[in-house]
Design a protein around this ligand. Structure first.
Ligand SMILES: Cc1cc2nc3c(=O)[nH]c(=O)nc-3n(C[C@H](O)[C@H](O)[C@H](O)COP(=O)(O)OP(=O)(O)OC[C@H]3O[C@@H](n4cnc5c(N)ncnc54)[C@H](O)[C@@H]3O)c2cc1C
Length: 273
């Protein structure tokens, strides 16, 4: 199938993009890497009247390290993140996880901002950002604002982004020398969306952050398991997952997801570096 008719516009500035997105009559929608939006349009799951292409906006691309923070433009592509020495050094969790995001061709086009805005429950990036205590920066006609990743992902494909706003930047604290990271996911084939996956940040024997993806309607933090880890290590953390809102999907029933989440957590802890 092919996409329904739409108007295509390529703004030259963020201000111009925001003005175009304000056209609610045309159901204007941002286009980033197109790796989710274009298939959704071709399957006619999405039918925006106007595509506002963000690919010409240089101010949304690239990354820099500043005052202990890594600032990543929303239009930075997965492949650029994987190739970056700054990312390898300051966000090693990205290095562990990004090779599992889709396939090389999709990573060449797909953007971090696109993943954040889409909020697919099985996507890796939202869970990584929860674990890393990242902030999402947005801009709309009313101005700019920033929200902690923890408050940004609200439900199935649902975020705190408001109509007409775009994600401009993702800000991630740079790694502290005491921190280690772990990642593990179950997928039917490497590069497919995960059936269940987990990302970890371990700050010592009594501190960790745990984020799951592919198991519920959104990326979720396992706060009870984080506390259990402090008191009883990995077995206690694995046993403290029953309060999470596991959801079944086409891949697996909720009970299977619960089982896979425990094993993924164990393997992620085994592989921390
Ligand atoms: C075969 C296949 C396998 C895949 N496997 C995985 C996987 O394993 N893990 C994974 O995480 N993803 C996977 N993906 C999805 C891929 O990562 C997408 O690139 C990503 O989800 C969306 O990024 P994008 O830049 O392509 O955004 P687009 O497809 O262009 O946009 C996605 C949505 O976000 C909105 N949007 C985009 N950028 C912004 C912005 N800056 N501000 C506001 N709204 C914005 C768009 O309007 C649209 O609604 C897969 C895709 C395919 C086709």
């Amino acid at each position: 199938m092919k996409a329904p008719d739409f108007v295509y516009v390529r703004p030259g500035s963020i201000a111009e993009a925001l003005a175009l997105l304000a056209d609610t009559d045309a159901d204007a929608t941002p286009l980033a890497g197109g790796q989710s939006l274009m298939p959704m349009m071709n399957f006619r799951v999405a039918a925006p009247g106007k595509l506002v292409d963000l690919n010409g906006l240089a101010e949304l691309r690239g990354l820099r390290v500043e005052n202990g923070m890594v600032r990543i433009g929303a239009m930075t592509r997965y492949a650029e993140l994987l190739a970056s020495d700054d990312i390898r050094e300051n966000i090693p969790l990205f290095g562990l996880a990004l090779p599992h995001v889709a396939h090389a061709a999709i990573r060449n086009r797909g953007t971090i901002g696109g993943s954040v805005a889409l909020a697919d429950p099985a996507a890796e990036i939202p869970a990584l950002l929860l674990v890393l205590e990242a902030e999402i920066h947005m801009q709309g006609l009313a101005g700019t604002r920033a929200i902690a990743a923890e408050d940004f992902f609200l439900g199935l494909y649902e975020t705190a982004l408001q109509e007409g706003e775009i994600v401009t930047e993702i800000v991630v604290p740079a790694r502290k020398t005491t921190e280690q990271f772990g990642f593990y996911e179950f997928a039917r084939r490497h590069g497919d969306y995960a059936m269940a996956g987990v990302a970890l940040k371990v700050g010592g024997p009594d501190h960790c952050r745990i984020g799951f993806f592919g198991v519920a309607d959104r990326a979720i933090r396992a706060t009870r398991a984080e506390v259990a880890y402090r008191d009883g290590g990995v077995p206690a953390a694995m046993a403290a997952l029953d309060d999470l809102p596991f959801d079944g999907d086409l891949n697996a029933a909720a009970k299977t997801k619960r089982h896979l989440a425990g094993i993924a957590l164990k393997r992620a802890f085994e592989g921390i570096s």
